[in-house]
Design a protein around this ligand. Structure first.
Ligand code: GRF
Length: 196
C-alpha cells in the first residue's frame, strides 16, 4: 500500500482528479492519507474534507521564520507517514532538507512541456501567458520528480495539448488542466504505485 500526502495551495482540481481516480480504483494499491496546504483558505482543503481525508495547514503566517516554516512542513509530511508526496498546485518551494529526506519520493505537476516555460517565476497563468506570447502551437503538462531546483527533476509523464488561435491564458490553462494535468497526474501515481 502506497501512502500518499498531497500538498496544495489553491482550488485543488488536481487533488480532485487524484481523489476521483482513487475512488474508481485507477490509482492501484494507494491511499491518500493527508492533504497539507500552506493556505488555510484553499478550496482544496474543502475537497479533502468532503472526501474524508485528514488535512493540515502549514502557513507562513504561523511560521514567519523560513527555517521554522521548513521544519513545520517536513514535520507535517513526516507525521502522515507518506511514501509519496504529490505537489498538486503547491506554490511553495520545497525545502532542500525535505528534498534530501524524500529523494525521488516527491512529484510535481507543471502546466507546460518541460523544459519550456518552467523554472522560477513560471507558475499559474504566467506559464500560459508566456506560451501564448512565444506563439507555440503546442503546450501541455509534465509530471516530474522534485529535486533541489525548480522544475528540473526527472520527467515521469508528459501530455501535449494543442494551442488554439483564439486562446487566452485562461482558456489555455483550462484546456491543459482538463486534457493533460488531470489525466497524467493520476497516471504517474499509478505507475509509481505499480513499482515502475
Ligand atoms: C495547476 O495548473 C498546476 O499545474 C499548477 O497550479 C495549478 C493548480 O490548480 N502548478 P489546482 O489547485 O489543482 O486546481
Amino acid at each position: 500500500m502506497l501512502k500518499i500526502a498531497v500538498l496544495v495551495s489553491g482550488g485543488g482540481t488536481n487533488l480532485q482528479a487524484i481523489i476521483d481516480a482513487s475512488r474508481n480504483g485507477s490509482l492501484g494499491n494507494t491511499e491518500i492519507v493527508r492533504v497539507i496546504s500552506n493556505n488555510a483558505d484553499a478550496y482544496a482543503l474543502e475537497r479533502a474534507r468532503a472526501a474524508g481525508i485528514e488535512t493540515a495547514v502549514v502557513s507562513r503566517a504561523v511560521n514567519p521564520e523560513p527555517s521554522d516554516y521548513d521544519r513545520a512542513l517536513i514535520d507535517a509530511v513526516d507525521a502522515s507517514q507518506a511514501d509519496l508526496v504529490v505537489l498538486a498546485g503547491f506554490l511553495v518551494k520545497i525545502p532542500e532538507a525535505m528534498v534530501a529526506k524524500y529523494r525521488m519520493r516527491i512529484i510535481n505537476i507543471h502546466p507546460s512541456l518541460i523544459p519550456s516555460f518552467c523554472g522560477t517565476g513560471f507558475y499559474g497563468l504566467k506559464v500560459h501567458e508566456a506560451a501564448l506570447a512565444r506563439g507555440v502551437k503546442v503546450s501541455g503538462a509534465t509530471v516530474h520528480y522534485v529535486d533541489e531546483d525548480m522544475d528540473t527533476g526527472p520527467i515521469i509523464a508528459q501530455k501535449a495539448v494543442e494551442v488554439l488561435e483564439d486562446d487566452t491564458p485562461k482558456t489555455l490553462q483550462r484546456r491543459i488542466m482538463e486534457e493533460a494535468e488531470w489525466v497524467i497526474l493520476p497516471q504517474a501515481i499509478r505507475l509509481i504505485a505499480d513499482g515502475h
